[in-house]
Design a protein around this ligand. Structure first.
Ligand code: NAI
Length: 339
């Protein structure tokens, strides 16, 4: 374990200026896969988050360097790096939020489901350790295919007797981030004002942006809505192809992951009305897991919000996504119960 503590005068000054740190509770965040393409910028963004007091960076390799580097940033949290399975327990102990971007990313021509064989095993192992060392933590699952890795996590936690459906989240925030960006560009509105719920799952047609509920309202033509929907669904592939074999979205994903983890921390700290979309255990449809707006609170999910009114195009998209999402969920459950 490598521990680094930043206690510079500049850091204290920065905190005092922006936040009443005295009233901010201590919160430990662990990032599993912290030396990866997502993990590194996500570690930096979590280091910038004043709600974090302890930041544990875990990977199977290269975390000492990442932790040393990030630890020099003069913000509140203490940073510790952990490398290799024997240090995983220490990394997890006492965590309030565990973010998981561990695993392999897509290459051109691959679907998220092609990652299943490798990532399912990684996620299963990490979740067994979470059940053992920090069973009360909120788990933010980034590793793909999210439509299957979240059900895998749920099964592992159930077996360990620690499952709490309020504390398991598939991170779909990047779909929301993309939908907001693409909508603002087409509707010519300020992107900072835009809100677009994205529901369903996190792969291809299972990603269903609800542009009929987008604000500010823009009265876009049906063809524009269809093109925006397709671009949001294919946003990940757009990046995979542009990176031409060098991985998938990392920077925008780190941003999205940091937004979602921040929302979880705010909820834990009792900030009211924190709402984000996430892939969670759900009764919004007949599927056991589904992404929709979720109100976050002191125990994680406070309320899974309904879909609201859908356009005919969105109703059709919802029916079309169900068979694929159902199959991905079942695949995850089957894998988790195999061995
Ligand atoms: P990467 O290959 O750059 O980094 C993955 C990291 O995980 C590596 O540092 C690797 O050493 C580590 N790792 C592997 N096995 C591990 C284990 N057992 N324990 C801890 N760490 C382990 O990949 P990248 O680009 O960071 O992507 C990570 C995952 O995030 C992929 O599954 C990718 O598909 C997914 N992803 C999810 C998105 C979402 O919207 N939810 C968006 C983009 C990517």
């Amino acid at each position: 374990m490598f521990r680094f503590v930043a206690r510079s005068a500049a850091g204290k000054h920065l905190l005092r200026r922006g936040y009443a740190t005295e009233s901010v509770p201590d919160r430990k965040v662990a990032v599993l896969g912290a030396a990866g393409g997502i993990g590194q910028p996500l570690a930096l963004l979590m280091k910038l988050n004043p709600l974090v007091s302890q930041l544990a960076l875990y990977d199977i390799a290269n975390t000492p360097g990442v932790a040393a580097d990030v630890s020099h940033v003069n913000t509140r949290s203490e940073v510790a790096g952990y490398v290799g399975e024997e240090q995983l327990g220490k990394a997890l102990e006492g965590s309030d939020v565990v973010i998981i971007p561990a695993g392999v990313p897509r290459k051109p021509g691959m679907t998220r489901d092609d990652l299943f064989n490798i990532n399912a095993g990684i996620v299963k192992g990490l979740c067994a350790a979470i059940a053992k060392y920090c069973p009360n933590a909120l788990v933010n699952m980034i590793s793909n295919p999210v439509n299957s890795t979240v059900p895998i996590a749920a099964e592992v936690f159930k077996k360990a007797g620690t499952y709490d459906e309020k504390k398991l989240f598939g991170v779909t925030t990047l779909d929301v981030v993309r939908a907001k960006t693409f909508y603002a560009g087409k509707a010519k509105v300020n992107v900072a004002d835009v809100n677009v719920p994205v529901v369903g799952g996190h792969a291809g047609i299972t990603i269903l942006p609800l542009f009929s509920q987008a604000t500010p309202k823009a009265n876009l033509a049906e063809e524009d809505i269809k093109a925006l929907t397709k671009r949001t669904q294919d946003g990940g592939t757009e990046v995979v192809e542009a990176k031409a074999g060098k991985g998938s979205a990392t920077l925008s994903m780190a941003y999205a992951g940091a937004i979602f983890a921040d929302a979880c921390l705010k909820g834990l700290n009792g900030v009211p009305d924190v709402v984000e979309c996430s892939f969670v255990q759900s009764t919004v449809t007949e599927l056991p897991f589904f992404a929709s707006k979720v109100r976050l609170g002191k125990n994680g999910v406070e309320e899974v919000l309904g879909l609201g009114p859908l356009s005919d195009y969105e109703k059709e998209g919802l029916e079309n996504l169900k068979p694929e999402l159902k199959a991905s969920i079942e695949k995850g459950i089957k894998f988790a119960n195999q061995s």
